[in-house]
Design a protein around this ligand. Structure first.
Ligand SMILES: [Mg+2]
Length: 364
């Protein structure tokens, strides 16, 4: 591929199709072919993911559940099972990791791979699709191109189960008719801003000068100007080593008793334990975080001896708080990982500000 162009890089973008909904359909065959909407069973939440059958009714991610019910009354609404999706995501990662040491995960369902070391990366993409289907039971869409931005655009062009290659000489023709929102970095707000200036497509955007784009978007303007022209110099950003793992959840109503907190904390802890296994780390500190009804926040930590029973420590932490004024959020975290090479170390970490490392899972 890319014959005649010297030292051209090759990036592959892999995107699992309707991931959460597909896992539900894989685990529960009776849901296959049906409009499955993942994202909570009450009317307070938003749609996390929905199957393609539900998309046909106009249901979309981030749509309020109540609206999704209106659009698709026959929809099957199922709660988010985050730890199960993490398991499946890890299975997929175990496959693609073998093809390149340079990979970058974007959430549970997307990844970039630098596949520049293959003379021909097309068979790699085909093999990844086949193996993920056979070994994990899921379909994915793959985009292959000479930079990250175009690889992502390519994976989006023929979803689900697509495989699209954008070669250098095709890039501008592919970009030209795309809605401007398809460009990475142009969100809803930017799109509205552009539409006010009658800019709807990439081709419309081309009419703006670099100065105008920078005036509108600041520093990001340079990247956007380039990306809309098929230029993107970004490299793979490898995942940083994990220093803490945590989960938190906003409660559907304020809770006043430790009896009510414990089962929620246990559930969060189970997700954290799944993560620890996946990351192959052993934590030595557990933290419980509570947010009160008035939004003040407290956390308490306890050391955990290797091999000790997590649930006992968790119970002690839950009992250490006063719930009489009502709480609205519970978080459970672990940190202070056993250093495999240098024995135990006892660095103190403020773990909750690092939550973003693992992605927030507030199930609101
Ligand atoms: Mg996806």
């Amino acid at each position: 591929m890319f014959g005649g162009v010297p030292r051209m890089k090759k990036f592959l973008h892999l995107d699992l199709d309707a991931f959460f909904a597909s896992v539900e359909q894989l685990d529960r065959p009776e849901l296959r072919g049906k409009p499955v909407i993942v994202g909570g069973s009450d009317n307070r939440g938003v749609v996390s993911t929905c199957s393609y059958e539900a998309r046909a009714f106009g249901v979309r991610s981030a749509m309020p559940i109540a609206l999704a019910r209106k659009k698709c009354p026959q929809g099957i609404f199922v709660p988010v099972r985050y730890s199960r999706y993490q398991e499946k995501s890890a299975e997929v990662r175990a496959i693609y990791k073998a093809y390149s040491p340079l990979y970058e995960t974007m959430g549970l369902d997307e990844a970039y791979l630098d596949v520049s070391h293959y003379d021909d990366a097309v068979p790699v993409g085909k093999e990844l699709k086949r193996r993920i289907r056979q070994e994990v039971g899921l379909t994915c869409s793959i985009g292959l191109s000479y930079n990250k931005s175009l690889a992502k655009i390519a994976s989006d062009l023929k979803k689900p189960d697509g495989f699209v290659i954008i070669r250098p000489h095709e890039a501008l023709d592919v970009l030209r008719p795309l809605p401007i929102g398809a460009i990475h970095g142009i969100g809803k707000k930017s799109q509205e801003l552009l539409e006010k200036r009658a800019i709807y497509t990439v081709e419309d955007f081309w009419q703006l000068s670099l100065d105008e784009v920078v005036q509108m978007f600041g520093k990001l303007g340079y990247s956007l100007y380039n990306r809309t022209r098929g230029i993107d110099e970004r490299e793979i950003v490898m995942d940083r080593p994990v220093k803490s793992i945590s989960r938190e959840t906003t409660l559907p109503f304020d809770v006043y008793q430790s009896d009510a907190v414990l089962p929620i904390a246990r559930e969060l802890m189970n997700e954290v334990i799944t993560d620890m296994k996946e990351e192959q780390v052993i934590a030595q500190t557990m933290t419980l975080k509570i947010k009160y009804a008035d939004f003040t926040q407290r956390s308490k930590q306890q050391r955990v001896a290797p091999g000790a029973d997590w649930s006992t420590v968790l119970e002690e932490l839950v009992d250490a708080f006063d719930y009489s004024s009502g709480i609205r959020l519970v978080g459970v975290g672990v940190s202070n990982f056993l250093d495999k090479n240098h024995g135990p170390h006892y660095e103190q970490l403020t773990i909750f500000p690092l939550l973003r490392d693992k992605g927030s899972t507030a199930l609101e």
